[in-house]
Design a protein around this ligand. Structure first.
Ligand SMILES: Cc1cc2nc3c(=O)[nH]c(=O)nc-3n(C[C@H](O)[C@H](O)[C@H](O)COP(=O)(O)OP(=O)(O)OC[C@H]3O[C@@H](n4cnc5c(N)ncnc54)[C@H](O)[C@@H]3O)c2cc1C
Length: 499
């Protein structure tokens, strides 16, 4: 692409004076584009804009790049406490891995069979239909308690295309899952059970359209797997989260892949190429917008002027930044009210397979505060296994009231209460609660009932010279690929304005 951009850089003092910025700004650094946030979205927009010859500066408050991509070194080895799964349909992520020479391998996180602990009892999912605790009616009786939310949400999903969730034709579904299930005549128990595996924050807090966006994207991913491997990948799992991998290799890729050396290798490689354009320890505190440019002031007093700005930080963080410019009620509402879901996980080593002692299934879903325990297959059956306590939805929100030591103690005690055989068999490797991360305040964006209609369609439109990237501004994709999708969109938006 040939760019006919205005020569903003180099006009320095003149441009700043023309913008009417305060004297202090004369010492500021200037760039064509100042990007706030060095997660995958900010880094990808930076690499695309740099390739097109624009001067870019990327600011991140942290002392590392990657944001929700975070590989940590533990006594049990390297662990990805953020994103780890790269789907076969992740075109941009896979392309980036190839460009940077990063190797992808089939994910080795096969989960061992699940048991359900519900209402103080162990439930045999296969015999749940006849269990006296089952107060559901009709077909709902056959759905295992831990799968109710996901299966009922998926059952009524009318969306076909990736961006249908934003199509006003489906505006009537901008309601909670509880409201949908009531309208469909489901029993009180089915609705309550749905709360345990409802996607998003929960059965009341999340718009069904937001849930369906990921469900439709997941369908496309599964279709790709089926077409490639010619195997059937039905929803035959006995647990609500943690995709099952199809290890058969097609063009060197399995259904789910991991980046060798940990996922952080990708943002690190992107940042290395961007060199000194990346500025760490720069926390944006104020953003001043005009129609001609924007100024970002950081907590250390440093100032950066851009002809354009990109906000590539979650709205959970942007709402802490003071933004001045022309009034923009829709963006203000989006920034200040968009809810964030949480995921908290404790990564453990199971030194001895305690399920062989008590005869219960190794993995567990519960309606208690522990959420889920995933036992990971070590392919030998004997010796140590990896394991994870996985908290999502209500349990994840609740555990954030505890600090790390309290959370670890609570989870181990709860496991020991349900499975006395586990006492002394579990060693903690690391713990991550994304709601307590001061630079994230959540694991991923959500939209409350009514918010798709209120602002989701418009929240990617620029606010004067500030454009919006980040997984929360996705249109079609999910996970890391949605961060890359947004980085690409925002780069194109700016290139069009500079052409
Ligand atoms: C536990 C977990 C598991 C996941 N698993 C997967 C998975 O397996 N596969 C998958 O595809 N996706 C997964 N994801 C999702 C994926 O990690 C995200 O979608 C993606 O990394 C988001 O990238 P981003 O650029 O939008 O935001 P972020 O990565 O959040 O980047 C935002 C950056 O902004 C910085 N920042 C914040 N405030 C400021 C400020 N005021 N000034 C300057 N900088 C600031 C932060 O430090 C951060 O670096 C997972 C996420 C989590 C939390």
């Amino acid at each position: 692409m040939t760019l006919n951009r205005r020569q903003f850089v180099g006009t320095g003092v003149a441009a700043i004076t023309a913008l009417g910025l305060p004297r202090m700004a004369l010492a500021a650094e200037s760039a064509d584009v100042v990007i706030i946030g060095a997660g995958l979205s900010g880094l990808h927009s930076a690499e695309l804009l740099t390739e097109q010859g624009l001067k870019v500066i990327v600011l991140d408050a942290n002392n590392r790049v990657g944001g929700r991509v975070q590989t940590v070194q533990t006594s049990e080895g390297m662990i990805d406490v953020g994103a780890s799964q790269v789907g076969r349909g992740y075109a941009r992520v896979i392309d980036a891995c190839q460009r940077y020479g990063l190797k992808l391998i089939s994910e080795d996180r096969d989960l061992l069979a699940f048991g359900t602990h519900f209402s103080g009892q162990w439930i045999d999912n296969k015999a749940w239909d006849a269990n006296p605790l089952n107060l559901c009616v009709g077909d709902e009786r056959k759905i295992a308690p831990s799968l109710m939310g996901q299966q009922l949400a998926a059952k009524y999903n009318p969306l076909q295309e990736l961006d249908d969730w934003l199509d006003p034709r489906f505006a009537e579904y901008d309601i909670s899952l509880r409201e949908l299930l009531k309208r469909k005549g489901h029993s009180a128990q089915a609705i309550e059970l749905a709360a345990y595996s409802a996607p998003g924050i929960g059965i009341d807090e999340t718009s069904v359209l937001r849930m369906w966006q990921e469900e439709v994207r997941g369908r496309f991913e599964r279709r790709m797997v089926e077409a490639a491997s010619q195997t059937e990948q039905g929803p035959k799992r006995d647990h609500p989260f943690g995709e099952a991998n199809d290890h058969s290799s097609v063009n060197g890729l399995s259904a789910i892949n991991n980046i060798v050396g940990g996922t952080s290798a990708l943002p690190k490689a992107m940042a290395a190429k961007l060199g000194d354009r990346i500025r760490l320890g720069k926390r944006a505190m104020t953003i001043a917008l005009s129609d001609k440019g924007g100024t970002v002031t950081c907590s250390d007093g440093s100032v950066f002027n851009g002809r354009f700005l990109i906000s590539a930080i979650p709205f959970s963080m942007l709402r802490e930044v003071e933004i001045t410019g022309t009034a923009n009620p829709v963006m203000r509402q989006a920034i200040t009210t968009m809810p964030y879901a949480n995921t908290a996980r404790m990564y453990v080593t199971v030194e001895r397979p305690f399920w062989k002692d008590d005869g219960l299934p190794p993995s567990i879903t519960t309606d208690g505060p522990m959420g889920m325990f995933w036992a990971i297959d070590n392919h030998t059956g004997e010796g140590a296994h990896r394991g994870m306590f996985v908290l999502v939805g209500r349990t994840a929100q609740a555990i954030s009231a505890l600090d790390r030591a309290e959370a670890e103690a609570m989870l181990l005690a709860e496991l020991a209460r349900l499975r006395p055989a586990s006492k002394g068999a579990v060693r903690v490797a690391t713990w991550k609660d994304w709601l307590r991360d001061p630079l994230q305040r959540g694991c991923g964006f959500s939209l409350a009932p009514g918010q798709v209609n209120a602002f989701a369609r418009d929240m990617t439109k620029p606010w004067q010279v500030m454009h919006f990237a980040g997984e929360h501004t996705r249109r079609n994709d999910y996970g890391m690929e949605s961060a890359m999708e947004s980085g690409e969109r925002v780069a194109i938006e700016i290139l069009e304005r500079t052409a």
